[in-house]
Design a protein around this ligand. Structure first.
Ligand SMILES: [Zn+2]
Length: 233
């Protein structure tokens, strides 16, 4: 918790959400490296290019400088510097869409001061990976790993009931925390073609095999469904 009143602090951060406030200010939600999600007011931010140097934008890794004022609940953003911009990510629609969806997702699932160990690193690695990837694989890896870090790791490699990893069809059962095989599923509806997502390493650095590329949209849908249900989005 931030408790020192008036004490100046620095953090690395990603901007999650920004809304204009009053004539000239902005209310910002940021994902910081050591204090999780923090909410700020940036006084004069709509016009001040000097203090915020034009870098206070999505898809930048920032170093921020802020204070906790003696009144009011919002932290006060003092200045912002650019640590890293992701130019290749910004130049591609699918990559940019994936990155923006992560920001939106984290804004929805993180409470103020909610710290999730490993999540900031995952974000950093994910943005770096998006500089080169096609967007879909990185999106799948990010969502899968983020779910795990948030306490909802899914079993997608084999049946959560019997351990079977074979078969051409399987089913995603949220209440089981993952996939089940054809014979373990009670209703046998909505089967997933092509079976389990194998024991493949789900890492940004791994080149996804063709079978997973073919079912990428399906894998992303499963992960989306999990987020929507676990976090009531
Ligand atoms: Zn089974």
């Amino acid at each position: 918790m931030v408790s020192k009143i008036g004490h100046r602090q620095k953090e690395e951060a990603f901007l999650l959400k920004s809304v204009d406030y009053s004539d000239n200010h902005r209310i910002l939600s940021m994902f910081t490296s050591s204090q999780g999600r923090l909410d700020f007011i940036a006084l004069g931010a709509q016009n001040s290019k000097k203090r915020f140097s034009g870098v206070l934008d999505y898809l930048n890794c920032l170093r921020i400088d802020f204070i906790k004022p003696s009144r009011g609940s919002l932290l006060q953003l003092e200045s912002v510097e650019l640590i890293q911009e992701y130019t290749a990510l910004r130049s591609d629609y699918d990559r940019m869409q994936a990155a923006l969806s992560w920001l939106k997702l984290l804004h929805q699932v993180l409470k103020p001061y909610g710290v999730v160990p490993g999540l900031f690193l995952l974000m950093n690695e994910g943005f770096s990976a998006l500089e080169q990837g096609d967007g879909l694989w990185e999106d799948i890896v990010f969502r899968r790993k983020a779910l795990g870090l948030l306490g909802y790791g899914l079993q997608l490699e084999y049946c959560t009931h019997c351990g079977n990893s074979e078969g051409n069809f399987c089913h995603f059962l949220l209440e089981e925390g993952g996939m089940v095989c054809e014979s373990c599923h009670p209703l046998k509806k909505n089967p997933i073609m092509g079976g389990f997502f194998s024991k493949f390493p789900w890492e940004f650095s791994t080149e996804p095999p063709q079978w997973l590329k073919d079912r990428g949209a399906q894998a992303r849908k499963i992960l989306d469904e999990a987020f929507q249900n676990y976090f009531a989005l």
